[in-house]
Design a protein around this ligand. Structure first.
Ligand code: MG
Length: 302
């Protein structure tokens, strides 16, 4: 008997230019950001999170969001999107001509308060308005649920709460939900169970997973998610996204390794292995984390 997975094709949602770069301490030039997005577009990836319309006071690295979006070379068939943390961000996204935006909240109260300065209920209220305004403008919304597999402050996060939030977001009109393992706390059992529960209860929305590095456990989480029928996976070229000053903030799962793993298993991604490696090398060259590898960092990005 062969090992049968319910998934033959995976869509990779590339978050490197946004989630990967946003914590970089040195400002990366607009030109280099554009070059990274163009390399990623050329690799065969179909969905790329380009930037974030967050206030530059909070994330100075993303201050050139409009400029990056206006300068990238748009490859037909590739969906370019940006994170919008609130209505203000959405208005900037609309002005920039986006057809898809990404929103975020956390399943854990403490983490949501720390990150967004709101309760989960308050966040949902804001996101309902964001979804409504996006719909009026013909923009699709993808929604992240952070700390879906555990919270660094609260520990256990009830999968039932994750499900409730996912159903609310679906009700608001989000076409896709992405479950975020914000600080790398998921394990294959929780990865399978949370995905199975949420996927089994969503009526229209698609479900994606977003894992962070956990010394290899992240790839076991990918496999468990595939077994639960997940076929959309978030990742960042080079595994970027770690924060040099916050030991808990680990990098994203590395796109080039994810692609290689899926291809070895006979799962199609549409991504060219050599081209994604090239994009990942360039992504790493932009990161202080990887540049300082020899002195105090390490090769896995955390
Ligand atoms: Mg991430």
């Amino acid at each position: 008997m062969g090992y049968a997975l319910p998934v033959q094709t995976v869509t990779i949602f590339e978050v490197g230019p946004r989630d990967g770069l946003q914590n970089e301490p040195d400002f990366i030039s607009t030109e280099d950001k554009v070059k990274l997005v163009n390399l990623l577009s050329d690799s065969g990836l179909k969905r790329i999170e380009v930037t974030s319309f967050v206030h530059p006071k909070w994330v100075p690295q993303m201050a050139d969001a409009e400029k990056v979006l206006a300068t990238i070379r748009r490859v037909p068939g590739v969906l370019y999107n940006a994170l919008v943390p609130n209505l203000k961000g959405l208005e900037r996204g609309i002005a920039a001509g986006l057809s898809e935006v990404v929103t975020i909240l956390s399943a854990s109260e403490s983490h949501n308060r720390k990150n967004l300065n709101m309760s989960v209920a308050e966040s949902l209220k804001e996101l309902e308005l964001v979804n409504k305004r996006a719909k009026e403008s013909g923009i699709r919304v993808r929604s992240y649920i952070g700390t879906a597999y555990g919270c660094p402050m609260e520990g256990f996060v009830d999968p039932q709460k994750v499900l409730e939030i996912a159903l609310a977001l679906e009700e608001f009109g989000s076409y896709e939900i992405s479950l975020g393992d914000t600080t790398g706390m998921a394990h294959p059992k929780s990865a399978y169970e949370v995905a199975w529960l949420v996927k089994g209860n969503l009526k229209r929305a698609a479900l994606a997973v977003h894992f962070h590095q956990a010394e290899g456990i992240e790839f076991a989480n990918v496999l468990a998610s595939l077994e639960a029928g997940i076929d959309i996976i978030d990742s960042a070229a080079g595994g970027l996204g770690g924060c040099p000053y916050a030991p808990g903030a680990r990098g994203n799962i590395a796109t080039e390794v994810l692609v290689e793993m899926l291809h070895r298993m006979g799962i199609e991604t549409g991504v060219d292995e050599q081209k994604i490696r090239e994009a990942s090398r360039f992504a790493k060259s932009l990161s202080r984390y990887f540049r300082s590898e020899g002195s105090h960092g390490n090769a896995t990005g955390h």
